[in-house]
Write a protein that binds this ligand. Structure first.
Ligand code: PEP
Ligand code: MN
Length: 264
C-alpha cells in the first residue's frame, strides 16, 4: 500500500503552504472553529503570527450536527481566509465537505481539510486526490486505524501524495470529555505509515482546560504537529467555544509544547 512503511520507509514531509509537516519541527495550526467575521479573523490571524502559529485554520463550510446551528459563511469565509493569509503570510487550512466544492475551496485554501464525518466519503477522497493540494485527513470518530489509513490510500491512489493524518478523538463510553483522544493511534499510525500524523486536542477533549495537557502528551508520543481552536472571546464563539483557547492560553500552549519538544 502506498501509505505503508513497506512501500516507503523514510518519513514523508508534506509542505503545507511552505510549512513542513513530518520533519523536525512541530508546527501548530490554529484558529477559530468557524470563520465568523473579517475583523475577528484578522485579529486572530495577527495574534497567531506573533505568537508562533504556523498556519491558520477556520471553517467556511461547517459540518454541524444540527441543521439549525451556524453553518459557516461559505464563499465569504473563503474570501476572508485568503485575506488573512495575505495580511499575515500564514497558510490557510479549511474544510471541504463535498466533491463538487473541491474546486471552489482549493482556489482559496493551502490545505484541504477532510472532516471526521467525511473520512469515508470515498468520492470526496477521490476528488481531493485528483488535486495536488495537501490534504489534512481527520480520523473518523468511529474508524479504526486501518480504516483511516485506507481512507488516506484513496487520496494517494489518485496521485496526490500530500496527505497529513490527524487524530481528533473517537467515541467511547466515556462522557466526561467530548471524545476520547486516542494517543495509541498516533503511536500505531506512526509505526505503520510514512505520512505525517498530527493531533487535534480541541475536538479530542471538547474542553479548553484539557487542551494544553493533551497537546503536551501528543508531542511526547510523537505527533508531527498540532491543530487547535483559538478564539479571542471563546464564550462568544459561534461554534466550539467550550474547547477554544483564548490568546493567553495559546501562548502558554506554544511555550509548553516547545519545552516538551526540546526534552525529546
Ligand atoms: C473542525 O475542525 O472544526 C471539525 C469539524 O473537526 P472534526 O471533523 O474533527 O469534527
Ligand atoms: Mn470545531
Amino acid at each position: 500500500k502506498l501509505a505503508s512503511r513497506e512501500f516507503r520507509p523514510e518519513p514523508t514531509v508534506v509542505a503545507a503552504g511552505g510549512v513542513p509537516f513530518g520533519g523536525d519541527a512541530i508546527p501548530i495550526i490554529a484558529g477559530p472553529c468557524s470563520v465568523e467575521s473579517e475583523a475577528g479573523l484578522l485579529e486572530i490571524a495577527g495574534f497567531l503570527r506573533r505568537a508562533g502559529g504556523a498556519a491558520l485554520r477556520g471553517g467556511a463550510f461547517k459540518p454541524r450536527t444540527s441543521p439549525y446551528s451556524f453553518q459557516g459563511l461559505g464563499q465569504e469565509g473563503l474570501r476572508l481566509l485568503a485575506l488573512a493569509r495575505q495580511v499575515t503570510g500564514l497558510p490557510v487550512v479549511t474544510e471541504v465537505m463535498a466533491p463538487e466544492q473541491v474546486e471552489q475551496v482549493a482556489a482559496y485554501a493551502d490545505v484541504l481539510q477532510i472532516g471526521a464525518r467525511n473520512m469515508q466519503n470515498f468520492p470526496l477522497l477521490q476528488a481531493v486526490g485528483r488535486t495536488r493540494k495537501p490534504v489534512l485527513l481527520k480520523r473518523g470518530f468511529m474508524a479504526t486505524v486501518e480504516e483511516w489509513l485506507l481512507a488516506a490510500e484513496y487520496i494517494l491512489a489518485e496521485g496526490n501524495p500530500h496527505v497529513i493524518l490527524c487524530e481528533r478523538g473517537i467515541r467511547t463510553f466515556e462522557t466526561s470529555t467530548r471524545n476520547t483522544l486516542d494517543l495509541n493511534a498516533v503511536a500505531v499510525a506512526k509505526s505503520l505509515t510514512h505520512l505525517p500524523v498530527i493531533v487535534d486536542p480541541s475536538h479530542g477533549t471538547g474542553h479548553r482546560e484539557y487542551v494544553i495537557p493533551l497537546a503536551r502528551a501528543a508531542v511526547a508520543v510523537g505527533a508531527d504537529g498540532l491543530i487547535v481552536e483559538v478564539h479571542p472571546r471563546p464564550d462568544q464563539a459561534l461554534s466550539d467555544g467550550n474547547q477554544s483557547l483564548d490568546f493567553a492560553q495559546f501562548q502558554q500552549l506554544v511555550e509548553e509544547v516547545e519545552a516538551v519538544a526540546r526534552a525529546l
